[in-house]
Write a protein that binds this ligand. Structure first.
Ligand code: SF4
Length: 610
């Protein structure tokens, strides 16, 4: 289902699924990306029916563990490491005592009372965690015990889409997937998320740590007289060689069996010996984990990671995976990238039913095909807000094509167009650049000076707190200008209600860079669908553009203008902007309520809007 923000997707999907699920003994599992979405679901469940039991569970992290949270080393643990250490903390020692008293208290907790607290007080995930901590109980373990009683479970994506976590989740809920109704929010993210969970990487930094670990734990022989550090050194050599021979700009495609062949040649062993070496490294990794756990340290093993990566690499099937060298100088990485998300979308096919929804899901047939979902019921909701509240324009004189964007006349028109549009009206304005490099280049060429307004920035690698600070200051400003990147954190995840954003200037179309990975994806979808360009270039770019433009209208009273500087916009599906010769004049006319007259007169003269 595609339906814009403010349509009521959350409440509608809950109202639609919850009664049927409750009647037929099924559970609704509502999957979200953020904590604030979880809070909203808890609130909306309460609005539907006062005693709906909605349990919002968070993924494993040190934040959800009161015992590890304040330890600087432990708080850097991955969900898997934290989970393993938690198991250790829960074990009884020879005196029958546990390291974790929060878990002891879960065993004696009055579950009926906690159930009633959630039913009546509708606590969001953070409030629930605070309440548990105040009573000395582990929030994560308590939530697990409450899952079988829940009508609605609100969880992050990994609970369902990472097979090892799904197995546990099904056990905890006591409900098989065949009796689970899934609701997936912000589902436009799902295909890329599923590609990422099926992808593995190995970098030079990780190998340096593996080498240190090997030396610390005795550097044993892995095969005949080959030591563990010898294997690690050879993998380092191979990555360096791949970087030199195959890396062009962002990445490079590696030949079939590259890693296997290089390992055999450089170590002088057979493929069977390589498998034995991997097994020996796995055992070494398990030994390190156990020793670290016993010292109450994170059970982290870089050698184990290396073994897991080599196994994963050799198992990746040639059709759906592409094997690459990626990364910057100094930290090159081998990457085995999964091009097809449908393999990890199994839960969508195995569940009782699933609702996938977003404000930018179209084209729906292609979306379903990408996920391997056959013959779904589809719903496209047109905006319920007045159409005239959003004006979408594009400049058909400028191109952001890679080899033409900096041609003198084109670049001058782009710069003048952006400056003229931003300066046309003093409203809160976001300028979406196609990349940080483009932002830097236009700033270096004097863009900031020509805008004479307060400017806020989304910068490369910005910490979340810093980004939120810039975002809040922009929202509080009157007539501020925000420089950000299409497809970045601002263009996809943040809300700008009312007058906090009224003008969006989009520079270029966020087509993917023609990297080796992008070309491999295009070939794969050509093979699978007959139109790789549509699936891997036009549709992703269109969704990113629509996400960015979607920041403008969040309610029936919001209004705004999206001005796109790139004539190629007409090739994008579902981006219906009008070509305009004088965007600054159209922007002024829109905000002074004269757009109808402006359109009529300029159209009549055939000079502006076409
Ligand atoms: Fe942390 Fe809870 Fe595990 Fe104890 S039981 S270690 S508090 S996650």
């Amino acid at each position: 289902m595609e339906a814009g923000t403010g349509t009521g997707k959350t409440i509608t999907s809950l109202c639609g699924t919850l009664p049927c699920a409750m009647e037929s003994g099924c559970k609704v599992v509502y999957l979200t990306r953020t904590k604030s979405q979880q809070k909203q679901i808890v609130r909306e469940c309460a609005a539907i029916k006062a005693d709906v039991l909605c349990v919002a569970i968070q993924g494993r992290s040190s934040v959800s563990c009161p015992l590890m949270r304040d330890d600087p080393e432990l708080s850097s643990g991955t969900p898997e490491e934290i989970s393993k250490l938690c198991s250790e903390y829960k074990k009884r020692d020879s005196n029958g005592c546990r390291h974790c008293s929060f878990f002891d208290n879960v065993e004696t907790a009055d579950l009926d009372r906690w159930e009633s607290v959630i039913r009546t007080e509708h606590l969001g995930p953070e409030e629930f965690a605070d309440r548990c901590e105040a009573e000395g109980v582990c929030p994560y373990e308590l939530q697990k015990l409450l899952l079988p009683k829940a009508d609605v479970i609100c969880a992050p994506y990994p609970f369902v889409f990472i097979p090892q976590i799904l197995d546990h989740f099904v056990q905890w809920t006591g409900t098989p997937l065949s009796r689970t109704v899934l609701v997936v929010d912000e589902a436009h993210n799902l295909p890329d998320y599923l590609r990422d969970v099926q992808t593995a990487e190995l970098g030079m930094r990780s190998l340096a740590r593996a080498d240190k670990e090997a030396r610390e734990y005795g550097d044993p022989d892995m095969h005949e007289d080959i030591k563990l550090t010898d294997v690690i050194a050879v993998v380092e050599e191979i990555i360096r060689y791949a970087g030199k021979e195959y890396l062009m700009d962002d990445d490079g495609l590696l030949p079939p069996y590259f890693l296997e062949d290089e390992l055999m040649t450089r170590l002088g062993v057979s493929s069977i010996a390589i498998r034995r070496i991997c097994k020996a490294m796995e055992d070494f990794g398990s030994m390190v984990e156990e020793k670290r756990k016993a010292r109450r340290k994170l059970p982290r093993t870089y050698v184990g990671h290396l073994a897991a990566f080599l196994n994963f690499w050799s198992m990746a099937d040639e059709l759906t995976y592409v094997q690459l060298i990626v990364g910057e100088e100094g930290n090159h990485k081998l990457q085995t990238y999964c091009m097809d998300p449908s393999g990890a979308a199994g839960p969508l096919r195995d569940c009782r039913s699933a609702v996938l929804m977003s404000g930018t899901l179209a084209p729906l047939d292609e979306y379903a095909r990408e996920l391997g979902v056959e013959d779904p019921a589809k719903l496209m909701m047109t905006s319920q807000f007045p159409v005239g509240n959003l004006l979408k324009l594009y400049c058909d004189k400028v191109t952001m094509k890679y080899d033409e964007r900096f041609l003198e006349e084109n670049y001058r028109m782009l710069m003048d167009g952006v400056v003229g549009t931003v300066n046309a009206v003093r409203v809160n304005t976001a300028v979406f650049f196609p990349s940080y490099q483009m932002m830097d280049r236009m700033i270096a060429d004097g863009l900031e000076e020509r805008l004479s307004r307060e400017i806020f920035y989304e910068r490369r690698g910005m910490q979340q707190a810093e980004l939120m600070d810039a975002f809040e200051r922009f929202r509080m400003s009157e007539g501020g200008v925000l420089f950000c990147v299409t497809g970045g954190r601002i263009s996809e995840g943040l809300d700008f209600p009312d007058k906090t954003l009224e003008l969006a200037v989009l520079i270029g179309i966020p087509f993917p860079k023609p990297t080796a990975k992008a070309r491999a994806m295009q070939r794969y979808y050509d093979h699978m669908t007959g139109d790789g360009t549509l699936y891997t270039v036009y549709i992703p770019a269109s969704r990113k553009m629509r996400q960015a433009m979607g920041r403008l209208i969040r309610s029936e009273t919001d209004r705004g203008v999206a001005a796109i500087f790139d004539k190629r916009v007409h090739v994008l599906p579902d981006v219906d902007a009008e070509a305009c010769d004088d965007i600054p004049a159209a922007v002024r006319a829109f905000f002074s309520g004269r757009i109808g007259m402006f359109r009529a007169t300029t159209w009549a003269r055939g000079t502006c809007l076409s």
